[in-house]
Design a protein around this ligand. Sequence first.
Ligand code: PPS
Length: 301
Amino acid sequence: MEGFDFSSLKLISRPELFEFEGISMVHYFTENWENIQKFQARPDDILIATYPKAGTTWVSYILDLLYFGNEAPDRQTSIPIFMRVPFLEATFPPMPSGVELADNLPTKPRLIKTHLPIQLVPKSFWEQNCKVVYVARNAKDNAVSYFHFERMNKGQPDPGDWNTFLQMFMEGKKVFGPWYDHVCGYWEKKQTYSNLHYMFFEDMVEDPGCELDSLCSFLGLNTPIEERKKITKSTHFNNMKENKMTNYSGVPVMDFTISPFMRKGKVGDWKNHFTVAQNEQFDEHYKQKMKNTTLQFRIEI
Ligand code: PPS
């Protein structure tokens, strides 16, 4: 797969948003729906689940290094992270679909990425009692990151200006649906499904070593301390931004002159985007949407 010519993706045009299975979606994630729902998970598969822009690539790379960092040096230098950790629901012809990539992964375990909300995750993951690593990011920074991603990525609908984007985000009219339901859905699942590890982007920024340790305990890995230190270093924002295998360079649907994929990696960048009025409106709306959950986020560290 590493030899795949991504230049064919240049032809991709911005998709329209439509309602699908109760959430907003674009055709790139629904076209292969039957095969996605029928996907056969294996008991040792690890599902990396996130709302878009919550730290998927970061945790994918951490897991990849934990399991395969020492095994195959070529893997780290020649296969982009999105090929090592297939995006299950993605279909960007003529590239192989996420399902095809996942079906053909030679690794054990298979690391698989999804942005699907909990109710749409293929049921075999639950039947096989697969481990699930969920990463959540506070709504304000998540929205800012998503806005810049839509600006630079032709595979996403046009975001319009910041205010337009923010209103749509609050209404849940973004690809993969409302942030609120997404983060709460997995939080509720965790209460009854013990194989779900719920992480926060803010904790990863604040203390990556500690987050790596708890991830290792969840996965049952006794990776040596020296190795953990190396992983923490390699997965630091600056190193991932420089690393061609993790920074999405060379993916032609993304225009890095508009915004890089590895943009800032910070907690609190929302303060550079929200006006006082937007912030008040957002907080009021947030209180309503999140009034029935125990889930708490930090918007600064
Ligand atoms: S995607 O497209 O949904 O898979 O994007 P995702 O990887 O979930 O999110 C991208 C944002 O995560 C930031 N990021 C990091 N921050 C800190 N440290 C590390 N190592 C790291 N890796 C990725 C990335 O910069 C995006 O956030 P913003 O705020 O836009 O910079």
